[in-house]
Ligand binder design. Structure first.
Ligand SMILES: Nc1nc2c(ncn2[C@@H]2O[C@H](COP(=O)(O)OP(=O)(O)OP(=O)(O)O)[C@@H](O)[C@H]2O)c(=O)[nH]1
Ligand SMILES: [Mg+2]
Length: 530
């Protein structure tokens, strides 16, 4: 082998596993976006940290970049940010917490190898935390827990740990422990490293150990005593961190801190550096794809319209699963079987875009396109592979779109198709009539849809009651039976964007009746993207 080829091979092998992709998940408002911003800042990826509820001239966060997110101070869509730390490249995905946007969050979880679960110290495990945790467990995604908002009076820490252990059926292993509480909170102390992450955003401070008097000197006597008792108990009552148990999803390491005060953030960066798992094998049909395979494969888990308001393009977010991606390389879009050359892929370095020359397993790249790439699409060097587990959920709320200016029908179609691809909403066309029906899981999605159609597509629209309460996808191996059913129920039939038959119904009772009378047809509440 020639010297250069050898060097290249070594470089490729070395680079192949230095990517770490993780998502930040939690119930709304626990502090994901704030933590994201501080991780970017403390890793050196950005020069100043912004705020979620920025007023006036103050800086906004990188991940809540949409206007509607900034106005409301909530995340409505996942965003990808890349930073480098300790010789590794991290892809961080900040997800929305609100249940109405959970489809977006679930899809994002297909693209990561681990997750940071943020818990508000005053609230503990909340409904949405539990749901997201269950999705992580289904996919065997290891979880790091960050107990946030320690700068405020919260619940008892042992009670919190018990709650995590019991409700999530996980072993917990505290990596750090808070020194002081509420007003007297000094920072988080790392047992193994013997470092304190102070509650004022300062650098990590090193101590002799728990007995070092300097550690607790600022605490009133009663709190000092409490700290000594608690840390003794922690070391006795909880298992030490076990990397294998963590990777297998039986144990979660726990950090304490305050994202707002930048306390515990460096400790999280270090823990991720040491423990965030490498790119995992990806479930697919007909076979699982392993990251060390030579040939390139990847799949689209998210599409974002109007990422850049100046360019009316869509960006498809692709997770690299195996091999090496090179700019301009000829790839096959498996859904159509057609070749595709990706000439201008981008990395999202803390929201500065950078042209991608090459990418490796675990990387997330953005591919600008005009609608060619869709969620669930696989790109390969020719092999027909389908990555599995990317769901669509049956909508719970259905509305008819009212278009105020009929001249804008084309723009409306474009807007609905773009936003449906993103997963902001689903769109259906009834077989009889020319209306657009939009379906969402939660009411907040309707607000987002309206704001974005008006803002990004300049079309005035409203909602009307569609008279439907529920929708189901119809699936059957018996094509004749399916066709017969569709014919007999034309008045209640519609199609989704891919022309799949969907039953739109006024009430659940009627749904049950139809379902009972058509045993050869499956009435599905979920449709996997293919
Ligand atoms: N006191 C205190 N407030 C915090 C801390 N971290 C975040 N916050 C505040 O909590 C609120 C919610 O924070 P976000 O970062 O937007 O929470 P989120 O989890 O991204 O929320 P969604 O994306 O809407 O689910 C904001 O007002 C933050 O300033 C913290 O450590 N201490
Ligand atoms: Mg957020």
């Amino acid at each position: 082998m020639s010297e250069t080829a050898n060097l290249e091979r070594k470089a490729a092998a070395g680079q192949q596993f230095d990517r770490r992709s993780f998502a930040i998940i939690s119930h709304p408002d626990a502090g994901k976006t704030t933590l994201t911003e501080k991780l970017l800042y403390r890793s050196g990826a950005i020069r100043a940290a912004g705020q979620v509820r920025a007023k006036g001239e103050s800086r906004r966060t990188r991940s809540d970049w949409m206007e509607i997110e900034q106005q409301r101070g909530i995340s409505v869509s996942s965003s990808v940010m890349t930073y480098e730390y300790g010789g590794l490249t991290f892809n961080l995905l900040d997800t929305p917490g609100h249940a109405d946007f959970s489809e977006d969050t679930y899809r994002t979880l297909t693209a990561v190898d681990s997750a940071v679960m943020v818990i508000d110290a005053a609230k503990g495990i909340e409904a949405q935390t539990l749901k997201l945790f269950e999705v992580c467990r289904l996919r065997d995604i290891p979880i790091i827990t960050f107990v946030n908002k320690l700068d405020r009076e919260g619940r008892d820490n042992f009670e919190l740990l018990d709650e995590i252990e019991q409700r999530l059926a996980l072993d917990v292993s505290p990596i750090t422990w808070p020194v002081g509480v509420g007003q007297n909170f000094q920072g988080a102390y790392n047992f193994a490293e013997k470092t304190l992450s102070p509650n004022n955003g300062g650098e990590l401070r090193r101590y002799e150990g728990l007995e070092d008097p300097a550690l607790t000197e600022k605490l009133p006597a009663d709190l000092r005593e409490r700290f000594e008792e608690e840390t003794a108990l922690v070391q006795e009552a909880y298992k030490p961190f076990d990397a294998q148990a963590f990777r297998e999803g039986h144990m979660t390491p726990v950090l304490f801190g305050s994202a707002l005060r930048e306390c515990g953030v460096d400790q999280l960066l270090d823990l991720l550096r040491a423990q965030a798992p490498e790119p995992r094998p990806q479930p697919a049909e007909p076979r699982t794809v392993r990251p060390e395979e030579k040939k390139f494969t990847g799949f689209v888990f998210k599409v974002q319209a109007n990422l850049d308001p100046n360019h009316r393009d869509r960006v498809a977010f692709l997770r690299v699963c195996s091999g090496r991606f090179q700019r301009g390389q000829k790839l096959t879009l498996v859904r159509t079987g057609k070749p595709m050359a990706v000439s201008n892929p981008i990395f999202f370095f803390a929201q500065e875009r950078e042209l991608v020359e090459e990418a490796f397993p675990g990387d997330i790249i953005g591919i600008p396109n005009h609608g060619t790439l869709r969620v669930g699409d696989a790109l390969t060097e020719g092999e027909a592979i389908r990555f599995t587990g990317i769901p669509n959920f049956a909508p719970e709320i259905l509305r008819r779109i009212r278009l105020d200016d009929p001249m804008k029908a084309k723009q409306l179609k474009r807007a609905l198709e773009d936003l449906a691809e993103e997963g902001v909403t689903q769109v259906f066309r009834p077989m009889i009539g020319a209306d657009w029906i939009v379906g969402v899981v939660g009411a907040l999605q309707l607000d987002v849809l309206l704001t974005r159609i008006r803002g990004e597509y300049k079309v005035e629209v409203g909602y009307e009651d569609a008279g439907y309460e529920t929708a189901r996808w119809l699936v059957s191996d018996d094509k004749a039976a399916l066709k017969r059913f569709v014919e007999q129920n034309r008045g209640s039939m519609g199609t989704d964007r891919d022309d799949n038959p969907v039953l739109l119904l006024r009430n659940r009772w009627e749904m049950d009746r139809l379902e009972r009378n058509a045993p050869e047809i499956t009435f599905s509440t979920v449709r996997e993207r293919s």
